[in-house]
Design a protein around this ligand. Structure first.
Ligand SMILES: Nc1ncnc2c1ncn2[C@@H]1O[C@H](COP(=O)(O)OP(=O)(O)OP(=O)(O)O)[C@@H](O)[C@H]1O
Ligand SMILES: [Mg+2]
Length: 338
């Protein structure tokens, strides 16, 4: 059998294999009385991808495609319904005691909404120091010193002054800097950034993305960046995975994805990104309708209900993720069409 992620020599820090997360759907009273079977929402449905050490993987897809659920599975916020996640080759679900504590320190998340992520009654300095306290790392003054250092690094200057401010006294961009500092204060090696700039004013998005990327280089982080914005994936990732209704439809290097997109869904996403040069015309590929429900996903190819190139086989046969060129995987029957 070929290596699960296709590239034999690649070293993955985080690797998901045949990963599934099904959430039970609450039955109505009537359904219960009628003895209807329990139904499940298939948020992540058989995903096999890895995040190579020291690289950024962008996970891209529409709202509801399962991106956040996938990110949380890699952090053990959720446990899988089936399949596995490994971290440095070890099964994440099996971690206990010291191993679990160490994993929790090594793998951190930056959430989309910095306001919701911060307690309004705790000063930002204390919010950044707290993870060190919870992990019993150093004395209180060591912890404070470490918090101040990381605050300086993320641009909360002067750090001493910011330390005693409350979240409501900060701008959205500054709050996101606090969230980033808090995620990094424990020296993680793996960072999941879930739509890290989606809630921010357009004017500060580039600064925050630049900061994340600088920190990634300096601290040698491995990152999963979750976004519905192809432009972010284009400028900030090494590899890209495109997710549709719980499944990966295409994955490969950034070059594969942007220069030679193959799946009609990827093509549609890319063609919807505005081109800065007005002289350059690009053909728009429109995808009609909304993403279907993950409770009753379309059979066979999940994208067939919206695909402009649909043909008979797409309605009856589920396409496998096939390596079409080295490291470039696509799940689409079009490429087998004679
Ligand atoms: N804890 C949960 N319980 C039940 N259903 C959930 C839970 N978390 C997510 N879901 C459902 O799983 C599906 C995928 O959700 P998820 O948040 O992973 O998508 P997403 O791609 O991150 O979307 P968005 O871009 O809107 O953040 C959605 O239908 C969502 O309603
Ligand atoms: Mg999400």
């Amino acid at each position: 059998m070929s290596p699960v992620c296709g590239e034999g020599k690649v070293t993955y820090l985080v690797e998901a294999k045949r990963l599934k997360k099904y959430f039970p759907v609450r039955r109505s009273l009537l359904e219960g009385v009628l003895g209807k079977r329990e139904r499940f929402l298939r948020a992540v449905d058989d995903v096999t991808i890895g995040v190579e050490k020291g690289t950024v993987l962008a996970l891209v897809g529409e709202s509801g495609s399962g991106k956040t659920t996938f990110g949380k599975l890699t952090l053990r916020v959720h446990l899988p319904s089936s399949g596995s996640v490994t971290f440095n080759g070890k099964e994440v679900a099996s971690f206990k005691d010291k191993d679990l504590e160490s994993f929790r320190r090594s793998a951190q998340m930056v959430y989309q909404d910095p306001t919701a992520a911060l307690n309004p009654r705790i000063t930002i300095g204390e919010a950044i120091r707290q993870p060190l306290e919870f992990n019993r790392l150093g004395s209180v003054s060591d912890q404070k010193e470490r918090a101040l250092k990381i605050m300086e690094r993320v641009g909360l200057l002067p750090a001493e002054e910011f330390y005693s401010r409350f979240p409501h006294e900060l701008s959205g961009g500054q709050r996101q800097r606090v969230v980033i500092a808090r995620a990094l204060v424990l020296d993680p090696v793996y960072l999941v950034a879930d739509e890290p700039v989606a809630m921010l004013d357009v004017s500060v998005r580039a600064q925050i993305l630049k900061l994340i990327l600088e920190l990634k280089q300096e601290l040698d982080l491995t990152m999963l960046i979750i976004t519905h914005d192809l432009a972010i994936a284009k400028y900030f990732s090494d590899n890209v995975a495109i997710m549709y209704l719980g499944q990966i439809v295409e994955r490969g290097s950034r070059q594969d994805t942007f220069v030679n997109p193959m799946h009609p869904y990827t093509k549609a996403l890319i063609s919807s990104v505005p081109v800065p040069d007005p002289e350059r015309k690009r053909e728009r590929l429109m995808v009609p309708g909304d993403i279907p429900s993950a409770i009753n996903p379309p059979p066979a190819c999940r994208f067939h209900t919206r695909c402009p190139f649909v043909f008979e086989r797409c309605r009856v046969d589920e396409p496998a993720l096939v390596e079409r060129s080295p490291g470039h995987f696509v799940a689409c029957h079009l490429y087998d069409k004679k």
